[in-house]
Design a protein around this ligand. Structure first.
Ligand code: FES
Length: 160
């Protein structure tokens, strides 16, 4: 026999399932692939890293904002997370961007471009391509910031 709480919880999970189905249908109707929708719903790389070596934020022309957290192991991106205040396209693009750079060197990661993320997402509506751009720009800015932080030391060495 189910307790009231269990019953309530199972009703809630039914609601969540229903919501997810509705969201999937809506996004699929707008031109998102199943893969992009899964990225948006599951948000596997959403959040922050408390011990991040680099935190970089960027706001796009549309007003949406992304913040990326990078954890480095030498020159390699050991882990990354995004916080996104934005549309499904922005969230899906940011989640895919992390999957594309995790484990790669900064040099390899800086060359991840819009096309790479687009092929990872498979399909998003044309009018959402700028959301991919925002994820790429945020990532590139973070990498430039990391390098910027490192350069003064290098510069100092050169000055001596
Ligand atoms: Fe702004 Fe998608 S509408 S990033």
């Amino acid at each position: 026999m189910h307790t009231l709480v269990e019953e309530h919880m199972s009703q809630e999970s039914e609601l969540v399932t229903l919501d997810t189905t509705n969201v999937r249908e809506m996004l699929s109707g707008s031109g998102y692939s199943d893969r992009a929708i899964t990225y948006y719903i599951d948000k596997p790389n959403m959040g922050y890293l408390p011990d991040a070596d680099q935190v970089t934020e960027l706001t796009g022309e549309c007003g949406d904002t992304m913040k990326v957290y990078l954890k480095l192991d030498g020159d390699r991106i050991k882990d990354a997370k995004f916080q996104v205040l934005g549309c499904p396209g922005a969230i899906a693009a940011a989640m895919a961007a992390v999957d594309l750079v995790k484990g790669k060197t900064l040099q390899e990661s800086v060359s991840v471009n819009d096309r790479d993320i687009f092929s990872e997402l498979q399909k998003i509506p044309d009018q959402k391509l700028h959301c991919i751009r925002l994820a790429v720009k945020t990532l590139q800015k973070a990498i430039a910031d990391v390098r910027g932080h490192k350069e003064p030391d290098h510069q100092r060495e050169l000055d001596h």
